[in-house]
Design a protein around this ligand. Sequence first.
Ligand code: NAD
Ligand code: UGA
Length: 463
Amino acid sequence: MKVTKICCIGAGYVGGPTMAVIAQKCPHIQVTVVDLNEQRIKDWNDPNTDNIPIYEPGLSDVVAEARGRNLFFSTDVEKAIDEAEAIFISVNTPTKTYGKGKGMAADLKYIELCARQIAKVAKSNKIVVEKSTLPVRTAEAIKSILDNTGNGVQFQILSNPEFLAEGTAVTDLLNPDRILIGGDTTPEGYTAINALVDVYANWVSKDKILTTNVWSSELSKLTANAFLAQRISSINAMSELCEKTGADVSEVARAIGMDSRIGSKFLKASVGFGGSCFQKDILNLVYIAKSYGLNEVADYWEQVIIMNDYQKRRFSNKIVQTLYNTVADKKITFLGWAFKKDTNDTRESAAIYVADDLINEQAKISVYDPKVLKNKILSDLDYLDTRKSSENADAVLSFENPYEACEGAHAIAILTEWDEFTKYDWQKIYDSMQKPAFIFDGRNILNAKELKSIGFIYNSIGS
Ligand code: NAD
Ligand code: UGA
């Protein structure tokens, strides 16, 4: 079986970039990305590819090359499903905010809607690919819906989780560590697996394409995110101990990272990890473990989240304590709002929680982020539902110029590791601030020595 037409349901941070790269690398395959969100599709179709809805280095060039040739963005979900041999489900799977599993389990309502729509529309055999991150054994539910509500056609369900990180999505997709494809261990299952292997083999070498059973693939995705997040919580736990003992967490990270069994990546102490997935996926893992009665397993992983929440709170507490135990009416400038550099995504960004704490202390927050717009900052705070929207608007100002954002500030907090922050004229910023001028470097990116010699009181994480 050969895939010639792909439909991807969900034009978000995963669906958009993933399909753009598949289309770029497979000009012989027609790729249609569909979404219910009309504005999002409109933005993907913006004639100027610099205006596409997701900022990722290199993405606008990939879209410019493939869009209109074999890459299409559309709201006509049914047509795209009908035409395709392979349908990727790439919709959001947020943490449930209601009912059983509230605050822990993944909300699968969008996945189920997709399955029902595919079942309704499909008139020929289809491969349905789980691209979204899903609880282990979700394929069983999808298959049951497809088989019981469909038109009698055959469906093969594959799990093909995505491992890209935001900010490096295009390079991750072009040069992945591995592609994981899980499918049924039946002749039909192997045929479907091979069809998808052939798609990726257009640019990924076969030794990097791993095939497994469906459950291993589904669970590997949650496991990978849990292990990655656990490393950050582990080094963040050590960061507080470093602050108490005179050790320096960057030196400790370097020392342990040179042990090839540990490795040097993902050991950067910070104000805490953000992003739409680490927290949600670990909570989901905890929920799954609990649902099997594996309480010790659940408690073990939950600690990664507890540590991360603590690290964010610890950062805001430190700001308040250092500023003589009051930040009321003081101007605190946030450099960075995105959850990491090189993305405009702010989901679960540590900045949101630190700002919320400081607004509770009646601070005035000024924000500069190179890619995040004012409306997003306010809507992130409103989403927390801690106070009235008008109160958030009174407490937070957003700037398009970092120097203006810092003018008159009592303190600067670095919340995102944008490279440009390291290149600023810090003397000029110092001169424009209230004295003593404080910096709280939540990302450990600035040059401590230089800042101290200017006169800043410089605080980093873990030293
Ligand atoms: P997203 O919210 O950016 O995009 C999801 C899109 O799906 C939205 O545009 C939404 O309108 C659309 N959608 C929802 N239901 C739909 C339906 N029935 N029909 C058509 N469109 C529908 O989410 P995302 O960040 O792209 O994440 C998608 C999945 O990928 C999640 O499961 C996530 O855990 C996983 N994932 C995300 C990343 C990442 O870096 N963001 C990386 C790996 C895996
Ligand atoms: C993460 C994983 O890295 C991807 O493999 C995965 O596909 C994705 O989640 C997902 O499933 O959504 P992402 O969240 O986009 O990717 O970005 P990361 O680079 O993992 O960073 C996550 C957070 O951890 C950021 O806030 C980052 O600043 C923080 N971080 C990362 C640290 O604080 N220290 C580090 O050493 C590394």
